[in-house]
Design a protein around this ligand. Structure first.
Ligand SMILES: Cc1cc2nc3c(=O)[nH]c(=O)nc-3n(C[C@H](O)[C@H](O)[C@H](O)COP(=O)(O)OP(=O)(O)OC[C@H]3O[C@@H](n4cnc5c(N)ncnc54)[C@H](O)[C@@H]3O)c2cc1C
Length: 431
């Protein structure tokens, strides 16, 4: 078969790998001039490693991604350092990324609330019954079982931070997936995620996959005689099968011929965008060496997460620069999407002093601001009924995106899983 894949993110590349291995002709269209998609990175001339545009790490439970890396013979390039994630209580930061730290965290006292927090956490780790959990909002389920005090302190800030105005509508299966599939140790690739994406891209090319960078798809159409044709800005080509790995909105735009029901399903899916500033600094921001600061919205910080990347991997990889991310998940239309980089820096600067009172504006060497409309799908109650099928109603046309990895939360691990699942379906194998 002659197969096209739209998108050279990890989902598209994983699908290409299996389809090519099965002996098919595979062409990837990618609008950017690099591979890696949302997990891509960039590099200053004096850096040895790249920095992800949006903070990224793996969990030890990311079996699809780690399995693929092993198949590619790159397992020895994956490292799992032990960075520290911290939570704010009474103006002080406390490590909060292991059972021991949770037990020691003073924010819940040491009585009934701590016990309820522990039991609910344990239940969610042990159960696999996400289908029952998805019938409830996380807000109602947590209030009932963990109690309002525990919910308000521990879980509500997480929901508000990630989902803003939708926080009360998110279902409990999302929370379950978050607790189920995460580990204390966090992983990355030597050289950064972009290094891995480039090596994967090279491997695909060696296998015979054609990757058309800078090739932005405009339309996809089913022609009875020639199969499915793709129009990439005037260049039209025909294929037996096509897999799209972009956002549901783009999929709907590419292919207005999809039946109304499927189109409606795509357009009804909700998601949040993200704005993330990367800074290179002359000095270390967190003196304690903390990696990830969770920042509850009600504490007035102008961002949701402050992440000091060089407290995860060594600053030596970045020519001695300290790398910090300041980011937030936001609704489209939020003012951060239209602010200039300098305006955003002005907005964030007072907050940096709260992490280190000595911080001065002249510590900032350079900033980069990355924005995306499609960063975090929002799963509503009974969401499993709203997931668009991978095989669309148009014969030969397939769709695999972050919005379909549910009940899992989006992540490169699940991009690989769904990309490979889509490839199996395209090959006519069982899912
Ligand atoms: C802020 C943030 C933090 C994250 N943190 C983590 C993390 O810590 N760990 C983790 O594993 N994951 C994380 N993720 C999620 C992870 O990045 C995604 O789940 C994953 O990269 C999705 O891969 P994908 O292949 O499905 O889609 P994408 O990576 O979005 O790939 C789709 C590709 O399609 C291309 N494309 C779009 N339009 C066109 C067109 N018209 N023509 C041709 N090509 C087109 C895009 O350029 C892109 O390369 C994070 C995401 C965000 C936004």
């Amino acid at each position: 078969m002659r197969i096209a894949i739209i998108g050279a993110g990890f989902g598209g590349m994983a699908a290409a790998y299996d389809l090519r291995k099965a002996g098919h002709e595979v062409i990837i269209y990618e609008s950017a001039d690099y591979v890696g998609g949302l997990a891509s990175g960039f590099k200053e001339p004096h850096w040895d490693w790249s920095v992800e545009k949006f903070y990224h790490h793996w969990f030890q439970s990311d079996s699809s991604m780690l399995g693929l890396i092993e198949e590619l013979g790159l397992k020895d390039k994956v490292i799992f350092p032990r960075p520290y994630t911290v939570l704010l209580h009474d103006g002080k930061w406390y490590p909060f990324d292991s059972i021991v730290h949770a037990l020691l965290f003073p924010g819940l006292g040491f009585g009934l609330n701590k016990i309820r927090f522990g039991f609910v956490g344990l239940y969610l780790r042990l159960t696999n019954d996400w289908k029952t959990l998805e019938k409830f909002t996380a807000d109602e389920w947590m209030r009932k079982y963990a109690g309002s005090a525990v919910y308000e302190k521990m879980w509500k800030p997480l929901l508000v931070g990630k989902f803003g105005p939708f926080y009360k509508d998110v279902n409990m299966a999302w929370m379950w997936a978050r607790l189920k599939a995460r580990t204390t140790r966090l992983g990355t690739f030597e050289g950064g995620f972009q290094k891995f994406a480039d090596l994967f891209g090279e491997k695909l090319r060696e296998m015979g996959v054609e990757i058309r960078l800078g090739s932005s798809v405009k339309f996809i159409k089913r022609n009875q005689a020639q199969g499915i044709s793709i129009d990439a800005g005037g260049m039209v080509d025909s294929f037996d099968k096509v897999l799209v790995t972009t956002s549901p909105n783009l999929m709907a735009k590419f292919c207005p011929d999809l039946p109304e029901n499927y189109l409606k399903g795509l357009l009804n899916l909700k998601s949040m965008g993200a704005v993330v500033m990367v800074l290179s600094l002359k000095r270390q921001l967190s003196k304690e060496g903390y990696y990830w600061f969770n920042l509850p919205k009600e504490t007035g910080y102008p961002m949701l997460a402050l992440v000091e990347h060089t407290n995860f991997v060594s600053k030596e990889h970045f020519g001695g620069d300290y790398i910090v991310y300041a980011g937030d998940y936001l609704e489209l239309g939020h003012e951060y999407f239209s602010m200039s980089d300098e305006e955003l820096l002005e907005r964030f600067t007072p907050a940096f002093k709260k992490f280190n009172p000595e911080f001065e504006r002249n510590w900032v060497k350079k900033i980069w601001v990355n924005k995306t409309n499609y960063a975090q799908p929002v799963p509503l109650v009974n969401h499993s009924k709203n997931i668009p099928a991978i095989q669309t109603p148009i014969k030969g046309l397939y769709f695999a995106s972050m919005s379909q990895v549910y009940p899992w939360d989006r992540g490169t691990n699940f991009a690989v899983e769904i990309g490979r699942r889509a490839a199996r379906m395209m090959l006519g194998k069982h899912q």
